[in-house]
Design a protein around this ligand. Structure first.
Ligand SMILES: NC(=O)c1ccc[n+]([C@@H]2O[C@H](COP(=O)([O-])OP(=O)(O)OC[C@H]3O[C@@H](n4cnc5c(N)ncnc54)[C@H](O)[C@@H]3O)[C@@H](O)[C@H]2O)c1
Length: 309
């Protein structure tokens, strides 16, 4: 299949491109490289890989790809609540409008696979959030995702994945994600100041996030038209439990509780991933796998561009 991936040079996109190529697909990779990502040098000799540096809002620059692609995976995004609060209008234009406009250029035969976030569930309050739980988005980022998911599902030939918070090493790193951030602090400061440590979140290895797209393409007739939570079921845990897992790898880590500070990210829920698991998808990577590789990748150091904040 020919697959158009926007945001291909991102934390998840770089993993996905490799997996799609390894699965025999042809990849049209688009990104504006706003974080000066140094990726894809090794891909250019692959005849099944094509690259464009362009803004996703400029549809005429990739109209041919939009026409030719069998599947469209729109990852290009100002990703995360803080950056969307900072650049509200730009976030609306990239995260929602650019996708809504691209959908108008697609035919119903073209498949769309959308990366939603389970932060759309907002403050859970329920024992388990499944795909029928009400959406209560708390941030501009989550509200845009909810609005765009609706547009994508209206397209008809589509699936939406409500992803857990990703972790692990990738070609483009993101240290603004909770597990990656905690692991970095544990390694460099040997201390994590934990506030609202009882808040429960769900996590997923970035490579498993890439794997679920391939799973959907291979089982399209069963999955199309549906919404799926995608997370590592064993990694439904509180922030304190996450710190305790990190301490197994960094034994001299000090976990200190800060009772005065509040978490601006109010997410507190247990996510049910049973629906995607029932289709035969199982995560391959554990939290422990991700923590170990994060420890190893830290030797490369980090720059301000390895974060979306
Ligand atoms: N990482 C997570 O925990 C997570 C969870 C749920 C959903 N998602 C979704 O998955 C997608 C990818 O997330 P990520 O973690 O890889 O984020 P990321 O920020 O690393 O990737 C986004 C990519 O989009 C590119 N981009 C931004 N604006 C662009 C524009 N105007 N034109 C072209 N390219 C542009 C960036 O350069 C970057 O490479 C996003 O849509 C995000 O909402 C991520």
């Amino acid at each position: 299949m020919k697959i158009l991936v926007t945001g291909a040079a991102g934390y998840k996109g770089t993993q996905l491109v490799d997996l799609l190529l390894a699965s025999g697909h042809e990849v049209f990779a688009l990104d504006d490289f706003r974080y000066n990502q140094k990726v894809f040098q090794g891909h250019l000799k692959n005849r099944k890989f094509q690259l464009k540096k362009t803004d996703v809002r400029n549809h005429s620059a990739y109209l041919e790809w939009l026409k030719q692609a069998d599947a469209f995976i729109p990852l290009a995004c100002l990703t995360g609540a803080p950056v969307c609060e900072k650049f509200t209008d730009l976030a609306t234009a990239i995260n929602h409008q650019a996708i809504a406009d691209a959908l108008k250029l697609l035919s119903k035969n073209q498949a769309v696979l959308f990366p939603m976030t389970n932060s759309g569930y907002g403050v859970g309050g329920e024992a388990h959030c499944d795909e029928n739980s009400p959406l209560k988005p708390l941030s501009h980022y989550a509200r845009l995702k909810v609005e765009t998911e609706k547009a994508v599902l209206d397209h008809g030939n589509s699936v939406s994945f409500r992803f857990a918070t990703l972790f692990g090493a990738s070609y483009r790193m993101r240290y603004d994600l909770l597990v990656n951030d905690f692991m970095w602090k544990a390694q460099t400061d040997k201390e994590i100041h934990l506030f609202e440590g009882h808040f429960r979140r769900n996590f997923l290895h970035v490579a498993d996030a890439a794997r679920v797209y391939v799973h959907a393409l291979e089982n399209w007739n069963h999955l199309r038209g549906e919404i799926f939570n995608v997370g590592l079921t064993a990694a439904n845990m509180t922030k304190l439990e996450l710190c305790q897992e990190i301490k197994k790898i960094i034994p001299d880590l000090k976990i200190t509780a800060n009772h005065d500070m509040k978490d601006p990210d109010k997410r507190d829920y247990v996510i049910s991933n049973g629906k995607i698991e029932a289709t035969g998808f199982n995560c391959k990577y554990t939290l422990h796998d991700g923590l170990k590789e994060l420890k190893d990748i830290f030797v490369l150091g980090r720059t301000s561009e390895d974060s979306n904040q």
